[in-house]
Design a binder for this molecule. Structure first.
Ligand code: FAD
Ligand code: MLT
Ligand code: ZN
Length: 458
């Protein structure tokens, strides 16, 4: 069907893409398994233009897929049946900085790293941080409630949002939150749009609060033999130190990163897992804890950063895992359990894969301090990719059943998108899913916003 775009004459030529070879680029995210199919890509510059696009879509019965930096890992920004993409790429203005309020206001398409740098220039910290900040948009972070490495201390994106301008699926513009720290006027509509993955409204402007920069920050990179030691080490440091990140990765990731980068891992000893964590402020107490743990053999070995360069070099081994695994096209799942249950989860996954999927490799890594693990599984070399995808389909419900049995969540930080939509019942009751549907109907009664994402089809 040809889309009538005469109603879009409020946009300039450079705000519309129609050619398939151009639209494909904007019609998919990092997930990679799906074929993109978008009819059109639109690039609004203001909230008013976004509102006009929604009103045009309602009139023309066109579905809209919001698209940020397309680094999402749940196929949330994917167009797969001729939808119209609304890209926020041109909504990249910093709108306001207020020193007294320690608060920044930006358009939704500002790159996350730009926000970080802008805030840093002012002498403060915007603590949401993860491997894709060089490409992801702040609007995408809000739409997915992005987590990352600093959640243990600073919480998820939600904790930093003080305002959202949103255009609903009815074409109404809402100004929510108003950059106030305290604002209890009934139901919290602003928070409903955080993690809504573009299904309730298009986020056009974001107000953020910021915090103080830590005076000192030391990274510790340590080796442990057994995953239960990860939780012991976490508790030991947490008692007396101010921890920001606390991350784990299995040793299989190390040769991949070495191959990719030519760099040499700074520790020689053999072990099953490595931990990397940040201690804020004076590190002398942390050094005492570190020595005690080495002495009691809870740690196999370890180093700490003594310069900004060493700090960067140590974090490289955690931050580059996703990139270096990507060429192996792994099966990926982002889950959470309570941190105390991490050892049970690790030993279950590892023995399950060993028994049921001989020849497959499992790479476990993630934000162990907050209970969020990324399960990445790769196929035996001889297996065809299509056969691997079928095996993954068989694996998903078993993995999610285990997560449900453990009281965990099938999506910790990457969101539901398309890939977990049909598995929501492992984390939510039927009653909860019905309430989500009712909320969707309030803000997007014609179902034009990101159809087929987040909520299972009836
Ligand atoms: P997109 O991928 O473009 O979109 C994500 C979702 O948000 C889609 O549903 C889209 O429709 C919707 N959306 C985008 N913009 C808007 C808007 N303005 N209004 C309404 N809806 C919108 N995530 C983490 O949480 N923690 C991590 O540690 C982490 N590490 C990563 C590392 C790598 C190397 C990669 C590739 C990804 C990682 N991610 C991580 C996933 C991803 O970066 C986040 O989910 C991020 O928040 C997505 O932002 P984006 O702008 O790229 O959004
Ligand atoms: C990470 O923490 O590195 C990510 O969320 C990305 C991934 O799961 O690959
Ligand atoms: Zn992560």
């Amino acid at each position: 069907m040809v889309m009538d775009i005469s109603g879009l004459n409020f946009l300039n030529k450079d705000q519309i893409l129609k050619e398939k070879n151009e639209t494909d680029f904007y019609a998919k995210d990092w997930t990679g398994h799906y074929k993109p199919d978008a009819k059109l890509v639109l690039f609004p510059r203001t909230s008013i233009e976004v509102q006009k696009i929604v009103l045009w879509a309602l009139e023309s019965k066109v579905s809209l897929v919001p698209s940020g930096g397309r680094t999402g890992l749940s196929a949330g920004a994917l167009a797969q049946s001729g939808e119209c993409i609304v890209s926020f790429e041109k909504m990249n203005q910093i709108l306001d900085w207020n020193e007294a309020d320690m608060s920044l206001k930006v358009q939704a398409g500002v790159i996350t790293e730009t926000v970080q740098k802008e805030v840093q220039k002012k002498g403060y910290l915007f603590p949401v941080d993860f491997g894709a900040v060089g490409s992801s948009h702040i609007g995408g972070n809000v739409a997915t409630n992005a987590g990352g490495i600093n959640v243990l201390k600073y919480g998820m994106t939600r904790n930093w949002v003080t305002h959202l301008t949103v255009v609903t699926g009815e074409g109404k513009v809402l100004n929510l939150g108003r950059q106030l720290i305290k604002n209890n006027v009934g139901f919290d509509l602003m928070n409903l749009f955080i993690a809504s993955e573009g299904t309730l409204g298009l986020i056009t402007e974001v107000g953020l609060r910021v915090t103080q920069k830590p005076k000192e920050q030391t990274a510790f990179l340590v080796l442990i033999q057994d995953v239960s030691q990860a939780i012991e080490v976490l508790s030991a440091f947490r008692k007396s130190c101010d921890l920001a990140a606390f991350e784990i990765f299995s040793q299989q990731t190390i040769p991949l990163l070495s191959k990719h980068s030519g760099r040499k891992f700074p520790l020689q000893a053999q072990s099953e897992y490595a931990l990397i964590f940040d201690v804020l402020g004076d590190s002398s107490e942390a050094l005492d804890v570190f020595s005690d743990l080495l002495e009691s053999e809870k740690l196999v070995d370890g180093v700490l950063s003594e310069s900004a360069e060493q700090y960067e070099q140590m974090w490289f081994w955690r931050e580059q895992i996703t990139e270096s695994l990507s060429e192996l096209k792994p099966y990926k799942s982002d889950i959470s359990v309570r941190p105390s249950k991490i050892p049970e989860f690790f030993s279950w996954v590892e023995s399950f894969i060993k028994i049921e999927y001989a020849g497959f490799n499992v790479f476990l890594f993630g934000h162990v301090g907050d209970g969020n693990i990324h399960v990445n599984i790769t196929k035996p070399e001889s297996m065809k990719h299509e056969d691997f995808l079928l095996e993954c389909q068989r694996l998903t419900p078993v993995l999610f059943q285990k997560i449900q049995d453990m009281g965990g969540s099938i999506s910790a930080e990457h969101g539901v998108g398309l890939i977990k939509r049909d598995f929501l019942h492992y984390s939510l009751s039927e009653v909860e899913i019905d309430y989500l549907r009712s909320i969707k109907n309030v803000f997007d009664p014609q179902g034009i916003l990101n159809p087929g994402k987040l909520l299972p089809n009836l």
